[in-house]
Design a protein around this ligand. Sequence first.
Ligand SMILES: [Mg+2]
Length: 265
Amino acid sequence: MIEDSSLWVVSDVDGTLMDHSYDLTPAKETIKKLQKLSIPVILCTSKTASEVKVIRKELNLSDPYIVENGAAIYGESLEKVNGEIILGKKYDDLEDILNSISKEIDYKLIPLNNLTDQEATHLTGLRGNSLNLMRDRHWSMPFLNPPSFLEDKINICSKKYQVDIYKGNRMSHLLSINSNKGKAINALKKYSNIQNIQIIGLGDSPNDLPLLLSSDIRIVIPGKDGPNLNLLDQLKDLEFTLASEPNGYGWKNEINKLINNIKII
Ligand SMILES: [Mg+2]
């Protein structure tokens, strides 16, 4: 229960808790240790609730989880709000906005959900039923990365339509300005009604910046080719730790160091 602890681990999933082959094994033992210490592990991801349900089951997690880049928070234990806190705009409304931006920049921005199975597999590595889970999206709009020369124009449009656009390595995400990973963390803090919550935040890419800015201990997880330089640049004036190993291995090492310190206290 999030209400039972004033220390929370809030973690991105793709590229942070697991590598791009979707292997959760390296972090599993450490997650068990956190559970023994009653420290919640709150997944905070661009994935859909349907995708996260599979991961929670594999990790045996029951803490609330933040999905669709902070647009929605779900969890059986969020009883006061019937299991959900929604911060985002509806998918259909975001699709209308994406189409309007496409017209203004004279370039067709393509939603991830409009790709064929083959195209989606090529982009994400997911196949079969995993593609259906990925498409079960309600409050955010991932779309194919536009060419970089259009970025300035798109940023001007995003202000006009009151949305934020986060560019990731494989795709971009269109979100209501009222939703991002940091805003979701703050909504969950408010819900819990606990004073002085300390958050250990872990992420690997620029869409994790709001997550890391809302964390007290910030951990950047590198990929196998090193950390995301754009994210490091955005964090350069702040205190943070760069894990020395990639993905789940870096995750487990850094969390283990922190847990061991807790035991000493
Ligand atoms: Mg990530």
